[in-house]
Structure formats: structure tokens, C-alpha cells
Design a binder for this molecule. Sequence first.
Ligand SMILES: Nc1ncnc2c1ncn2[C@@H]1O[C@H](COP(=O)(O)OP(=O)(O)OP(=O)(O)O)[C@@H](O)[C@H]1O
Ligand SMILES: [Mg+2]
Length: 236
Amino acid sequence: MASLQVSGVTVSFGGNRALDGVALTAEAGRVTGLIGPNGAGKSTLFDVASGLRRPSSGQVRLDGRDVTRARPSARARHGLARTFQRLELFGRLSVRDNLLVAAELGPERRRAEQVVTEILHRLDLTDVADTSPDALPTGVGRLVEVGRALAIRPKVLLLDEPAAGQDAEETERFAELLRALTEDGTAVVLVEHDMSLVMAVCDEVYVLDLGKIIAVGPPEVIRSDETVLAAYLGDA
Ligand SMILES: Nc1ncnc2c1ncn2[C@@H]1O[C@H](COP(=O)(O)OP(=O)(O)OP(=O)(O)O)[C@@H](O)[C@H]1O
Ligand SMILES: [Mg+2]
């Protein structure tokens, strides 16, 4: 069964249709890419999936359960976690405490400290655990956001441009992390402008343009799709 299923989602801002009948399915153990030009509606789709924005029509299902009207916190309890394109970390808390706040909401809240220690280690953040995220370079801050999302032990993980600000070596390590997460059975949805990362890690790629899905397929097909090239890759 699909871990995350979005169907017929429409969102308008005034007269502007940011999303127009969008459908997307993310399966456990796979990385699903979501690409498209600036303003295509990618972050808005994450807002709808995570419950920060109510669509004017359409449905969101998590593990088959209709959560279209559920609050963000309820969706988190059902295993949905996300990161933000603009970092939304707590600057007054240490890196460790940013993760701890999340771990205490998750299914392993009774062993939250251990969960956090394990994730800090996994993301190579142990050395900066007692630092404020505000003091870290953006690329590392993005990892802290990913760590905070992982601390709720998500079944579905939505990542909004997680590699922006990472250097080539950080991106390579990040790709390895994504592969490891899918081996654990997580459904990952990746919004990313770094095409080499998208092509390297995604099992399936959705292309959004002006609020509509214009192509879906394996990365090697998407890469040579003429409609996609015209809309996006041509100017990337
Ligand atoms: N709060 C808002 N109020 C009005 N319009 C908005 C709002 N949020 C997004 N939009 C508009 O909705 C459209 C989709 O924006 P969105 O941020 O989802 O795109 P995106 O694909 O994430 O772009 P980017 O690659 O630049 O992050 C754009 O036209 C944007 O201007
Ligand atoms: Mg965006």
C-alpha cells in the first residue's frame, strides 16, 4: 500500500492556481522525486501533505488513512515528517535539543535521548550537538532539519531542497543517507534542484509545472522527456 497518496489536490492563491488537480504517490522503501521550475508548486504540495495548508479540493492519505482534515501534529503521529526550504530550526536550542523536542513527540519518546544520540551519530552531527544551529553553515543546518524530522521516526519523509547549500562531498554523503533510509522502509519524497542528486537517488520522478504534473517516470526516462526538457531541464 502507498505510504503517502495525494489525489486531485487544488490550491489557489487569489486567482493563481498554485496546484491544479495534483496526484502523487510515494511508496515505502523508495525515493520519489518531485521536480519543477521555481514557483511550480512543490513546497505548496508539501504544505498540503503535511497539513499546513488546506486544499480547496483533493485528498491526502497516509497508509490508506484519509488525513485531509487532520492537523499537522496528528499527521506527525501517523508517521509524517518534513523539512522546510527555509530552515525552521529553534535558534535558542542546541542541535541536540532541536532533535530532542521532536523525538519526544515520536513513538520512541521513552528513549528519546538514545534516539537523538543515534541520529546525531548517523548524520555525523555529534561534534556540533551542543552548538546553536544558527551558528552552523546552511549545509549543516539542513542536516539538522533532516535529523529533527528523523527523530519522530517517520514512515514518510518529505524533504524540501535538503541539499541546497551542501558542497559536493556533503551531497554525496546525503545520497548515501537517503539510500540507507529507504532500506529501512521509509518513503522519501525529495524536492531538489540538484539534478545529479535527483537522478542518482530517485526511483521515480514527478515533474510539476505551473501547478500540474506534466510527467512521471523513472529518472532515465524523465531526463530525456521533451516536455520536461522544455519546461525545466533545458534551463537548469
Ligand atoms: N502564501 C502564499 N501566498 C500567495 N501565493 C503563494 C503563497 N505561497 C506560494 N505562492 C505562490 O504559489 C506558487 C507555487 O509556489 P511554491 O512555493 O509552492 O513553488 P515551488 O515549486 O516550491 O518553488 P521554488 O522552487 O522556488 O521553491 C507560486 O506562484 C507562488 O508565488
Ligand atoms: Mg519551494
